[in-house]
Design a protein around this ligand. Structure first.
Ligand SMILES: Cc1cc2nc3c(=O)[nH]c(=O)nc-3n(C[C@H](O)[C@H](O)[C@H](O)COP(=O)(O)OP(=O)(O)OC[C@H]3O[C@@H](n4cnc5c(N)ncnc54)[C@H](O)[C@@H]3O)c2cc1C
Length: 386
C-alpha cells in the first residue's frame, strides 16, 4: 500500500519550505516536503535576496510588508540585515515612484522620497548623481541570507512534526480525471490530499506530467560578486537602480552582489541543463555600469560570476493557489526574479487557502486561472520590478 499525506509540497526552495512550515503552523496532520536535491538548491540558493517593499500594486506591497515581519522576527536565523533599501529612479520615473509610495503607505510600508539633493546628502561620495531623478528609501529594507532562510523554514517545519525528504525527486504527478491524487518517487507512489507544485522552473515539467498547463519561462539570470578596495566610502544599502538597470546588495566584508535589472535581454534555457557560469561580456558590462554609477568601486576585484534560474510567468507575478476544475493541486511557483522577499507572506495566505478553501479576493487573483480570465497583472515598472 502506498503512503498517504494530507499535503505534499514539492520543492524546498524558499517557497515550498515556507509553505510547509505554515501548513504545520495551521495544524495540518501529515505534511511531506520533498526536494530532489537539498534545500535552496534552485534559484533560491543564488538569490540576491534583496528585501524591499517597493511595488506598484497593493497586493505585492502588502505581501512584501507582511513578509518583512517574518524576516524581522527570525532575523538572526535567516541572516536578515536591515541595512535599508534604496530605489534609484531616473527623472521620468520620479512621479510614478511617488504615486506608488503613496499606495504603499496605505498598506503600512515605511518609505521616504529623497530628492536628488537629499539623496546626495544621505549617501555621500559613492554615488554619481548624473541622470538620477531621486530615490525611494525604505529604512526597514535590506537583505537576507537565502540559504539560511530556507534552512530555517525547513527546520521550523520539522520541529512541528513535518516530514522532510531531500534527494527525493518527484518523477511525476498522479492524476485521475479532474483530481491529482498523489505523485511518484523512486521509492514508490505517495497519495496526497493536496499536492503543491513549488518546484520553481521545474514546475513546468512537473505540471506537464499530469497534463496541467504551465505558461512559464525558465530564464538564465547572471550575477556577479565584487570586492571593493579597502578604505573607500562604499554603499551600505541594498539598491535597485532603475537609472542604469542594475541591482546591488552588500554581502559583508566589502563584497557586493551586482546584477543587471529590467529591462534587459532574457534567455530561455533548459532548467535541467544550463550553463552555470556567467558570460565575459556580461561581467564587463556590469563592471562598466557599476563603476560609472558608484565611482568608488573602481578597481573592485571580481570574486564570482555565475548564472541561476528565474521562473518567469506571463505577467511576472507568481502562480499561487488552486485552479478551477482541478482538485488536489495548487501552484506556488513563478517568482519571476522577485519571489524571495514575498515568499513567507504568500506561504501564510496559501496555507489558509488550502485549508479553508477560500482566499482574500486580491490574493485569489494570483491563481493560474487569471490567464484564462484575461485578468493578468500589470506592474508600472515592468519585469521583476513589479
Ligand atoms: C540570481 C537571482 C537573483 C534574485 N534576486 C532576488 C532578490 O533580490 N529579491 C527577491 O525577492 N527575489 C530574487 N530572486 C528571485 C527569488 O530568489 C526566487 O523567486 C525564489 O527564490 C524562488 O524560490 P522557489 O522556492 O519558488 O523556487 P526554487 O528556488 O527554484 O526552488 C524549487 C525547488 O524545487 C526543487 N525541485 C525541482 N523539481 C523537483 C522535483 N521534481 N521533485 C522534488 N524537488 C524538485 C528544486 O531542486 C528546488 O530546490 C532572484 C533569483 C535569482 C536566480
Amino acid at each position: 500500500m502506498s503512503e498517504r499525506f494530507d499535503v505534499v509540497v514539492v520543492g524546498a526552495g524558499v517557497s515550498g519550505a515556507s509553505l510547509a512550515w505554515y501548513l504545520k503552523r495551521r495544524g495540518v496532520g501529515r505534511v511531506l516536503l520533498t526536494e530532489r536535491d537539498k534545500p535552496a538548491s534552485g534559484g533560491t540558493g543564488k538569490s540576491a535576496a534583496i528585501v524591499r517593499q517597493h511595488y506598484s500594486t497593493p497586493l505585492m506591497a502588502r505581501l512584501a510588508r507582511a513578509s518583512l515581519d517574518v524576516f524581522q522576527e527570525q532575523a538572526k536565523a535567516v541572516g536578515f540585515e536591515q541595512v535599508g533599501y534604496l530605489f534609484l529612479v531616473p527623472p521620468g520615473q520620479a512621479k510614478t515612484a511617488q504615486t506608488n509610495m503613496a499606495m504603499q503607505r496605505t498598506v503600512g510600508v515605511e518609505t521616504e522620497w529623497l530628492e536628488p539633493a537629499a539623496l546626495k546628502a544621505k549617501v555621500g561620495d559613492w554615488l554619481n548623481m548624473d541622470g538620477v531623478g531621486g530615490a525611494t528609501f525604505e529604512p526597514k529594507g535590506g537583505y537576507a541570507d537565502p540559504v539560511r532562510t530556507t534552512e530555517t523554514m525547513v527546520a521550523n517545519f520539522k520541529k512541528l512534526g513535518g516530514e522532510f525528504r531531500e534527494r527525493t525527486p518527484v518523477r511525476g504527478l498522479i492524476r485521475k480525471g479532474d483530481r491529482v491524487t498523489g505523485l511518484t518517487t523512486d521509492a514508490g507512489d505517495i497519495e496526497a490530499g493536496t499536492v503543491v507544485n513549488a518546484s520553481g522552473p521545474w514546475s513546468i515539467m512537473l505540471a506537464a506530467s499530469a497534463n496541467i498547463e504551465m505558461q512559464m519561462r525558465a530564464i538564465r539570470e547572471q550575477d556577479t560578486v565584487w570586492e571593493a578596495r579597502a578604505g573607500r566610502p562604499v554603499p551600505s544599502h541594498s539598491i535597485s537602480n532603475a537609472v542604469d538597470a542594475t541591482y546591488l546588495r552588500p554581502l559583508g566584508g566589502n563584497r557586493y552582489v551586482v546584477g543587471r535589472g529590467f529591462p534587459k535581454e532574457y534567455f530561455d534555457c533548459d532548467p535541467y541543463n544550463y550553463k552555470q557560469t556567467a558570460e565575459d561580456d556580461f561581467v564587463a558590462e556590469v563592471q562598466r555600469r557599476l563603476t560609472m554609477r558608484f565611482p568608488t568601486m573602481e578597481g573592485a576585484k571580481l570574486v564570482d560570476a555565475y548564472a541561476a534560474l528565474y521562473d518567469v510567468t506571463v505577467d511576472w507575478y507568481p502562480y499561487v493557489g488552486p485552479r478551477a476544475g482541478l482538485q488536489g493541486y495548487a501552484d506556488f511557483s513563478g517568482g519571476s526574479g522577485h519571489g524571495f522577499k514575498i515568499a513567507p507572506a504568500i506561504a501564510s495566505e496559501l496555507a489558509d487557502w488550502i485549508l479553508d478553501g477560500k482566499a482574500k479576493p486580491d490574493f485569489a487573483r494570483l491563481s493560474y486561472d487569471r490567464i484564462a480570465k484575461k485578468d493578468v497583472f500589470a506592474g508600472s515598472y515592468g519585469g521583476n520590478r513589479g
